[in-house]
Design a protein around this ligand. Structure first.
Ligand code: PBG
Length: 347
């Protein structure tokens, strides 16, 4: 198409709110020009780094399906936390990998249990980091579901789970967690946690709700890492009775609205990459601090393709992280946080 034709076309579009620029490439002509007009800037402040703390390990162990991610011992977590702080990443999300599993996941709310010890140690090591505790039971139950089972209905018992999660949240908050992040998708969990925190004098502790969390095929590597794959036998075969159906967008808006009504300070959409529409809608509709969880499957796809020489791992990873922010995320929970922060510092 000639420029004259283009011009005619843009004149026809004169009702558009944008004045026609016939040569958009002018603003892409050099690195400096591109930096000048760049709309979205990624910084280390945008990241939350997930850390797995395995009480059964005597030394750190790499998760085979997540290259670069290591399950930490309680002690080695300290070194990693200091690296996170040095890279200027403001927050971590702690996941316990339990060796004391039972039907209810009681070790997660016992004084002296893994959650209690892990959070205390993290806060003692780096008091200035935002310490977030993933509040769920799948890492602590012997059947791997996110709460105790109701054997009559072969399902997870919603109300027993939220009674327990309130205990877990108070345990984590009293140990020093700044943020409780409930990820079980039980009805009423945010309200139960907020009430319990307030009653225990933890009214300063914030809640980041996994508000729209889908029953996704992208969590596979996490379940290896956290040892929370579903067992053969007890309970339903998957998590579809509590996590959302990937086909639903309007329902996500209702889930987010509920969590905000119940007292969430911040909300999250999970997974991230295949759910940018949900992320965008959430930020537009509610305007709360909104986070995307760049889950294990998204991370390992890029790592695997990069290792095969099929894509440039670094370019693809940074592009993906940028996309979350462009779509409206105030922050990204990502296994690439430490690497990405170091890359940003370099550039
Ligand atoms: C626990 C939890 C899961 C993830 C975060 N918290 C697993 C699940 O719901 O099955 C997944 C994170 C990831 O894949 O990176 N409920």
């Amino acid at each position: 198409m000639s420029l004259t034709q283009l011009k005619t076309q843009s004149e026809q579009q004169a009702t558009s709110p944008y004045s026609p620029i016939l040569r958009p490439r002018r603003l892409r002509s050099s690195d400096a020009m591109r930096r000048l007009v760049r709309e979205t800037v990624l910084t280390a402040n945008d990241f939350i780094y997930p850390i797995f703390v395995d009480e059964g390990l005597s030394e750190p162990q790499e998760v085979s399906s997540m290259p670069g991610v290591w399950r930490q011992t309680e002690k080695s977590m300290e070194t990693l936390l200091k690296q996170v702080e040095a890279a200027k990443v403001p927050a971590v999300m702690l996941f316990g990998v339990s060796d004391h599993k039972d039907h209810e996941g009681t070790d997660s709310f016992r004084k002296g249990g893994l959650m209690d010890r892990m959070v205390k140690r993290a806060k003692d090591t780096c008091p200035d980091l935002v310490i977030m505790a993933d509040a769920c039971f799948c890492e602590y139950t012997d059947h791997g579901h996110c709460g105790p089972l109701d054997h009559v209905h072969n399902d997870v018992d919603n109300d027993r789970t939220i009674a327990n999660i309130a205990l877990q949240a108070v345990t984590a908050a009293e140990a020093g967690a700044d943020v409780i992040a409930p990820s079980g998708m039980m009805d009423g969990q945010v309200a139960a946690i907020r009430a319990a925190l307030d009653e225990s004098g933890c009214e300063r502790t914030a809640i980041l709700a996994y508000a729209a969390k889908y029953a996704s095929g992208f969590y596979g590597p996490f379940r290896d890492a956290a040892g929370c794959s579903l067992g053969q036998g007890a309970g339903p075969a998957n998590r579809k009775t509590y996590q959302m159906d990937p086909a639903n967008g309007d329902e996500a808006m209702r889930e987010v609205a509920l969590d905000i009504e119940e007292g969430a300070d911040m909300v999250m959409v999970k997974p991230g990459l295949a759910y940018l529409d949900i992320l965008y809608r959430t930020k537009q509709a509610f305007g709360l601090p909104t986070f995307a969880y760049n889950v294990s499957g998204e991370y390992c796809m890029i790592k695997a393709a990069g290792r095969n020489g099929w894509i440039d791992e670094e370019v693809a990873m940074m592009e993906m992280l940028m996309a979350f922010k462009r779509a409206g995320a105030d922050g990204i929970i990502t296994y690439a946080a430490l690497d990405a922060a170091n890359i940003l510092q370099r550039s």
